[in-house]
Each structure stands twice: as C-alpha cells, then as structure tokens.
Design a protein around this ligand. Structure first.
Ligand code: AHR
Length: 610
C-alpha cells in the first residue's frame, strides 16, 4: 500500500486526544486508586448499604459493637465502634501491601484512656508483625480527639494477606502519588500516568447519576476533612467513602496534567427519577457553583472555599458535561425531558455565565433515535462494541458534528450477541486492535472529536462489576496488570499530533491517520491492520511530503505474541502477550518508509527530529 501524506491541509487537533473516564466501579476508587488501606473506615452507610462492621474483626477475644455515641464524631458520621478487650483489626480491601515505607494515619477516640495505643501492620497468616508504633493517648471522656501517627515497617511482607491492627482504630495510608495528603495509590496512578493521558472525565458514568434523585454524587458532600464527608451510596453495589472527592479528582488532573471533563448532575437518576422543570433551578445553581468551585477566582464564593481547602489558583476547566447517558435511564420520558428542558436550561445558564466553556451533551447525535445537538454544545458518544463493529464505525465521524467519545472499549466478542452476552473476561487482542481502528477513525477527525476516553479504567480483582478495564489490580501491587489495550492506548498517546494531514485514503484491511507534531517537527503515521483476506503481512510505503530520502524514523510495531486473537494479559499469571518492537527506518530514494505489518497489528511511525 503506497500512502502519500500531504504537507498542507488537514485539521488542528485539540492537543488532548487520549484519556479515560474514572468513576468508582470495580472498587477502582475506594480500594483502588484512592490510597486508603482501611475498608469501611468510618462505618458509613446508606439506604442500599446498611451500617456494618464489614472489614473489621476483633483482636484475640475482644468484642466489637457498633454504637451511636453522643456527641457523634460529626453529623455525617454518627456511628463508631466500641471495643471491649485489647483491640481491633481491619483486613483492608482484601489484603494490604506492606513494605518498608512510611504509612501515615489518624484515628479518633472518645473515652478517657490514659495509656498508649499500638498501631501495627501484621500478617493474617502468621504471628509476624512487620511494623508497629506506639501513640500516646490524648483521649478524653466526653469528646473526640484525633490521634495521628506514622508507621514504618522494618521489612516487606511476603504477600498481601495482612491486616492493620490497633488496640483501637487508626487508618494507615501508604505513601501516595506525588505525596498528596489523602492521595492516590502509587502503582495504579503510575500505570495510568504511563498511558500519557491528557484527559480525565469524572465523576462518571452512572456514578454521577446515583440510584435515585436524592442519592446522586453530590460534589459538595466530598469537600473538606474526612470527618465531614458522609460517604456515598454507590451505584455499583457497595458503599463509598467520598474520600476520592472533587478536590482529589482535581489534584489528580493537576498532577497528571489532564484536561478535565466534569459531569454535573442533570436531574435523571438510574431508577428513572426525573426532576420536573419547576424544580430544576437548584440543580442549575448547583452546577454553576461547581464550575465556580473548580475555576472561579479565589475571591468568588465557591472559589474562596477552594482556596480555603488549599488551592487558591483556579483549576483550568474547558468542558462541562450535562448528566450521563440521558437517553438511557428513565425511558422515553428521560430522553424527552432532556431535549425539552433539562439540557437547554443547563446550556443557556452555562453559556451565559461561562462562554468559554464547551458544554457537552451526555448523548450522541445518533442516540435516542437521533437529534440535532444545539451548537455550540457538542455530543458524547459511548461505543462499547464488538471489534468488528468498531471497525465498521471507522468513518463514524467523517460527517458528524463535534463529539467527545466519552467512553469506548471493545467489550464483546464478534458474533452479534452484544449486550445479550457477557463482556469478555479481559481486554483481548482482537478487541484491542478493533479499538485501535476506532481510535484512528477518531483521530482522523480530531477537529470533530476533541477527546477520546477509555472506560471504565480499572478493576479490583476481588470485587468487580465490569470485566473489561484497561488495568486490573488487587492489594498486592504485583497484580497490577496493563491490559492489551493499555499498550495500544499508550502508544497512540505517546505520539500526539498537533495537526492531521491529508493522506491517501484506502481503508480496510489497513486503517491509518497521518499528521505532524509542530512542537517536535516529527511526522507521524498511526496504523492498524484488521482482517486481511489471506492472513498475509501487508507491505506499506509511507511518504510524507517534505520528508526526503535518507530521513530516519522509528516504527513501533505491536503484535500478539500468543497468536490466539482471544489472548489477553492475565493478572494471575503475569503473562503479557503484547510484543512491542521498535524498528529504525531510513527513507528510500523516493522518500518513502517501507515496512510491513501482520494481520491484527498496530503501529506508529514517527520521523526523527534533531
Ligand atoms: O463505564 C461503565 C458504564 O457504562 C458507565 O457508568 C456508563 O456511563 C456506561 O453505560
């Protein structure tokens, strides 16, 4: 295949093509990227998840009882545990990784106790105590006192089957990503940062919508000291702490240099509750408050609250999404009310107050039977598809108006069973190459697709609801597994283009996009091969106009070491089936770079710059 790439024409990109959606699903927040080690740390509860001692057990023959002390620790955390005997321990999120590093923590005590507490990290299986610290009691009879501590284990535990014990109730937190207080678990954050992302969409996803109209993810409940965070009735089968709150998400974006797409609650909950028109104003005001909290000046009402919480500088904010998949929950009424008043009310209010913010509808132009998204708003498309369908949709945005692709992944095997069948057990190679084809299709239309988000990003192997995620993990960092899709998304994001360039357009079984990075001067070609007719390798000659004979380039080629198109990266065996090879190339006398790609492969060609 001879591909000529022009030096002029094409379209500017947004500069932030690849990212991910994070919501707390699969314990990817609590028990995942949120570094807190203690499960059920504050006995939080909701209608769906009653208060319990889940995660806790007595040390030796102590007894533990849930109580409603007077006064409570705070209005939003009324429950405490009463310990009779020597202490209590917490088994964490199915184990704890213990190594010689600093763990910080704090616990609150009510009751006169004139002694010391001992906090320790210890084995669940043996008598081994890996580290402990004594904390002098400051507690008094009639009020709550906080006790802070640092704990340094002397040795690493041989496995993650460990507990945190105390002769009372602290919360050990290991070192966090970029050393943020109440921050992110390092290995998971590093695996995500390794994707070279430039976008994050939060807080969902279904999590934003909540199970009912009184239980949506209210950002105001997530502010300030943990003592004042009530927790959240999660939508994925477990109570959440609200520890990963809006500030933690914004710090995360800042630490990874991510453009934010923040979702605001739009009056539709997963059970189909719809906010009537006459009750919408408080929701609109709340969204405006949220925008001001994120991006308003430090002397504005909500900007000053952010400043009080330690971040006087506004966070950049260019995209606000109204709801999540508003064509789905609530049947036709959900969709009709979105078109008739819910979306237009948000759009008008945000356009007026923040003309520089792009408002994103939570639906695509083809959702709900199709609609014209009112400019200047843009749409959001969520293709969870079979790989063949992702490939069929390669030209989906050739003629359609601007959309983010707010959630995308190959989820089901080819065969047309789709949502009537299960998701695949993990991202698998053929699905990953199907994703690559769709990503190329989006990047070819980068003027119409300002960003693409993998979703959902992570899965705790001990409790999950959605199998196909770009990362898998458990308490033991050795389980943290980059899926086959991780390698493709990483490769494509590693080579950002500032402009696409027109190129020969003959697609199938080869799919490709070309462009240039104006910062580095590198010419870039991204390609995938999907479904060759005879299974033979495909030869390519790629010529960039203006790049002459003798120029050099690197081709990074990803192939499937296992051969089987259903092969995946397995967290239990650690086997990585993705073979990555970097091949130096020199342009021939015609200025073309020649190489070949096998069936089901993905590559990036980038010219060297001096
Ligand atoms: O990513 C998992 C779920 O899929 C999201 O919560 C929802 O938006 C979509 O349907």
């Amino acid at each position: 295949l001879d591909i000529d790439v022009s030096s002029e024409g094409g379209n500017a990109t947004s500069g932030h093509q690849y990212g991910f959606l994070h919501e707390d699903i699969n314990n990817s927040g609590d028990g995942g990227i949120y570094a807190e080690l203690i499960r059920n740390r504050a006995f939080q509860y909701s209608d769906a998840f009653p208060v319990s001692l889940d995660g806790w057990r007595p040390v030796d023959d102590s007894t533990l009882d849930l109580t409603l002390p007077e006064p409570p620790l705070s209005d939003v955390l009324p429950y405490a545990v009463q310990v009779k005997g020597v202490g209590l321990q917490n088994e964490g999120f199915w184990g704890m990784d213990v190594r010689p590093q600093k763990y910080t923590g704090s616990f609150w005590v009510k009751g006169a106790y004139d002694g010391t507490f001992t906090a320790s990290l210890r084995s669940n299986l043996t008598e081994d105590v890996f580290g402990s610290v004594e904390i002098e009691s400051k507690s008094v009879d009639d009020d709550w006192t906080e006790h802070e501590f640092e704990l340094y284990p002397d040795t690493a535990a041989p496995n993650s089957n460990n507990t945190f014990a105390i002769t009372f109730d602290p919360e050990p937190v290991p070192p966090t990503y970029k050393n943020r207080k109440n921050g992110l678990r390092i290995d998971i954050a590093e695996a995500l940062a390794g994707l070279h992302p430039s976008l994050i969409r939060f807080p969902g996803g279904n999590m934003l919508e909540g199970l009912s109209s009184s239980t949506w993810w209210d950002w105001k409940d997530t502010l300030g000291p943990l003592r004042y965070r009530p927790g959240f009735q999660g939508v994925w089968g477990y109570q959440q702490t609200h520890g990963l709150g809006i500030v933690e998400y914004l710090d995360w974006a800042e630490d990874m240099n991510l453009e934010v797409v923040v979702g605001v609650f739009a009056g539709l909950a997963l059970n189909g509750d719809i906010t009537p028109r006459e009750e919408m104003q408080p929701l609109i005001d709340d969204a405006l408050d949220q925008i001001e909290f994120i991006s308003g000046p430090a002397d504005s009402k909500w900007g000053s609250r952010r400043a009080e919480l330690g971040h006087p500088d506004p966070f950049p904010l260019h995209y606000v999404e109204i709801g999540n998949e508003d064509w789905l929950a609530g049947g036709s009424e959900g969709w009709i009310t979105y078109l008739e008043y819910r979306f237009p009310m948000f759009l008008a209010a945000i356009n007026e107050a923040y003309p520089d913010i792009t408002v994103v509808s939570s639906c695509a132009s083809t959702d709900g039977g199709g609609w014209d998204i009112p400019a200047p708003a843009i749409g959001d498309y969520h293709p969870y598809r079979e790989p063949d369908v992702l490939v069929e949709e390669f030209d989906r945005f050739d003629n359609d108006g601007p959309h983010i692709v707010g959630e995308v992944a190959a989820t089901h095997p080819n065969g047309g069973i789709g949502w009537d069948g299960n998701l695949m057990p993990f991202p698998w190679w053929m699905g990953t190459v199907g994703e690559a084809v769709s990503l190329i299709g989006y990047e070819r239309n980068a003027d119409r697709v300002p960003g693409t988000f993998y979703a959902p990003v992570a899965r705790n192997m001990n409790r999950w609801q959605w199998a196909v995620t770009i990362l898998q993990f458990a308490a033991d960092p050795a389980m943290t597994t980059r899926s086959t899709s991780w390698y493709v998304w990483e490769l494509f994001a590693r080579y950002p283009m500032s402009r696409t360039l027109p190129a020969t357009a003959e697609f199938g079984p080869a799919y490709y996009v070309a462009g240039v990075n104006d910062d580095t001067g590198s010419h870039i070609w991204k390609g995938a091969v999907y479904n060759t007719t005879d299974g033979a390798d495909l030869p390519f000659n790629v010529h960039f106009e203006g790049v002459d004979a003798g120029a050099t380039a690197q081709l990074t080629l990803l192939t499937n070491e296992a051969g089987d198109p259903y092969a995946y990266n397995d967290p239990y065996t650690g086997v990585n089936i993705v073979h990555s090879e970097t091949i130096p190339l020199v342009a021939d006398e015609n200025g073309a770079f020649s190489f070949s790609m096998p069936q089901l492969s993905v590559a990036v060609l980038a010219t060297d710059t001096s």
